[in-house]
Design a protein around this ligand. Structure first.
Ligand SMILES: C[S@@+](CC[C@H](N)C(=O)[O-])C[C@H]1O[C@@H](n2cnc3c(N)ncnc32)[C@H](O)[C@@H]1O
Length: 205
């Protein structure tokens, strides 16, 4: 069985007990650098996952005798490796263990429910902002090219009344949550790894 385990937003306190147990019992753990760094106590083989997805699938298919776990940040099926693996590995042999997504985590911090939430990403693409901003409640995982400031500029361009929440380094010691109107967010010098929540109106938090 191949496990695909969501580690939660980053701080190891958010890993599920099942995920922890499966990792401990693995021969091999495959994951991105940040994720491998968070399983310091694991003594088996570690393989770094970067843009080598095809090689990783070949490795998994050629090592069926090994207990292999692929670890992913947040939830593997929320803009993570879960989709690719479930399309490229026999699902009878795949055990996906959900984790707490960075998207879920930010909502717990701002006391806003996730009902009717539109979830999207700016990773490697230019989002259709007319469509994205037509929703009353949006959460977006971002990359270095389209982040909080670019999103705020799109809101201002359309003269929309929105409140923006930027959750950086969530669950880590340097976590920072910034809430403001787009004009205020634009004044912040720099944002680190973050998710962005866009809410309708002014006093919505
Ligand atoms: C490839 S996506 C993976 C999302 C992940 N599967 C999840 O459920 O959180 C990576 C993006 O998720 C967001 N992200 C993941 N962990 C984060 C954290 N601890 N703090 C802020 N944003 C985070 C950032 O937007 C980052 O660029």
């Amino acid at each position: 069985m191949i496990n695909v385990i969501g580690l939660g937003p980053g701080n190891t306190d958010y890993i599920t007990r099942l995920g922890e147990k499966l990792i401990k019992n693995s021969d091999v753990v495959i994951g991105g650098r940040r994720n491998l760094e968070s399983i310091k106590d694991f003594e088996g083989e570690k393989i770094e996952l970067a843009s080598n997805l095809k090689e990783i699938v070949d490795y998994i298919n050629n090592n069926k005798d090994k207990q292999i776990s692929v670890i992913a940040s947040g939830d593997p099926l929320m803009y993570g490796i879960g989709r690719y693996l479930s399309k490229n590995i026999d699902t009878n042999k795949l055990n996906i263990v959900s984790g707490i997504s960075s998207l879920q985590y930010i909502f717990s911090k701002i006391y806003v429910d996730m009902n009717d939430l539109y979830i999207t990403s700016s990773h490697g693409k230019v989002p259709d902002f007319d469509y994205v901003l037509s929703h009353k409640k949006v959460c977006m995982v971002t990359d270095k090219i389209i982040g909080p400031k670019e999103i705020c500029k799109e809101i201002i361009k359309r003269n929309l009344d929105k409140t923006v929440v930027v959750g950086e380094n969530l669950s880590y010691e340097n976590e920072r949550i910034t809430i403001g109107k787009p004009e205020e967010i634009l004044k912040v010098e720099n944002f680190d790894m973050c998710v962005v929540v866009i809410l309708e109106g002014g006093d919505c938090i």
